[in-house]
Design a protein around this ligand. Structure first.
Ligand SMILES: [Zn+2]
Length: 331
């Protein structure tokens, strides 16, 4: 049996390799990769195949400047209680590509790079839709129809490239006439600073599709199983799309709500990019109530990737319940 001093020595000997490890230079055996897989997700809606493709994250900046109607402490408190950064709101951009078996339909295009420096007004992480679409096995030339929820930069500025050529050479564009009129009218270049860029961008992107536009009407079936519904406020002609096949329904809500916590818990808050914030809030509250009542699945353009889930009533407002994702089936 070892003496106490021998035991102490053994202990020291055992401890030594660990100490030696701890003092190795901080160089990893394998370098960090610092990359991510392409962002797309595929699932079924009845007989349709759906692919959600990301245009990348869209950092909004200080949430107390973007979401208005209550004091900064309340905004920050809601974000903190949801384990989100109270100083920085980051939105996602989840664009849906729907294969109905007859048509390939893209809903909203992301920011793209058609407008030079303005295309990066939200930083370098946007503009990835075409790349992610190709990674998902879909070529832009295969798109038959682009349905735009509205004419803002993060929804239609990838209709064309920097030279003004169509990124979707074989596609028609379905969008509301109200939005086309509003966002191509130089007389609306007033108010917030972003209005000039928004109008110039809409003019450039929509011009290339002038002879192949479908003007959306409230309640119109734009394709079998795809119905547009007028939801004005965020823009004058904002529409959502109800997608229905078999016994499944997914409502593609576009920019009905930009934040899964702030605008669901408090649907009456205003969003700084709303054309008519009061109407937007009324539309949001009405539609969220309907989505919660009818228990439809929701695809939200700006909610956390990939934006799929359900809306339920909670307290004075609503709660977002993200869908459970399965990585090995298309279910
Ligand atoms: Zn948006």
């Amino acid at each position: 049996m070892p003496s106490p001093s021998r035991r102490a020595m053994l202990g020291a000997a055992i401890a030594l390799p660990a100490l030696a490890l701890a003092h190795r230079p901080a160089t990893a055996a394998a370098p960090f990769r610092n990359d991510l897989p392409p962002a797309w997700h595929r699932f079924r809606i009845g007989d349709f195949e759906a692919t959600i493709v990301s245009d990348g994250a869209l950092p909004l900046g200080d949430p107390t400047q973007a979401f208005l109607g209550v004091g900064a402490p309340e905004i920050e408190g809601m974000l903190r209680s949801a384990f989100l950064n109270p100083r920085e709101a980051t939105l996602e951009q989840n664009a849906l590509i729907l294969n109905t078996g007859r048509q390939l339909i893209l809903f909203d295009t992301g920011m793209g790079d058609s407008m030079g420096a303005a295309s990066q007004m939200f930083g370098p992480t946007t503009g990835r839709l075409l790349r992610n679409m190709r990674a998902a096995g879909i070529e832009p030339s295969q798109i038959d129809l682009v349905c735009a929820t509205h004419a803002h930069c993060d929804h239609i500025w990838a209709l064309v490239d920097a030279n003004g050529n169509r990124n979707f050479p074989n596609a028609q564009v379905a969008i509301s006439e109200a939005d086309v009129r509003f966002w191509t009218d130089d007389a609306n270049k007033r108010g917030p600073a972003f209005m000039t860029a928004f109008i110039d961008g809409a003019k450039k992107n929509l011009a290339a599709y002038r002879d192949r536009m479908v003007m959306l009407r409230d309640g119109q079936e734009v394709a079998p199983g795809v119905t547009a519904l007028a939801t004005p406020g965020h823009t004058v002609g904002h529409h959502v799309f109800i997608i229905s096949s078999g016994n499944q329904v997914v409502v593609n809500t576009g920019d009905l709500a930009h934040h899964q916590v702030l605008l669901l818990r408090r649907p009456n808050l205003e969003f700084s990019f709303d054309t008519d914030p009061k109407l937007s809030a009324r539309t949001r509250a009405r539609m969220l109530d309907r989505l919660a009542t009818e228990r439809h699945a929701v695809l939200s353009y700006h909610f956390p990737w990939p934006g799929l889930g359900h809306v339920a009533r909670e307290g004075e407002g609503f709660a977002w319940h993200p869908a459970a994702m399965n990585v090995t089936t298309l279910g």
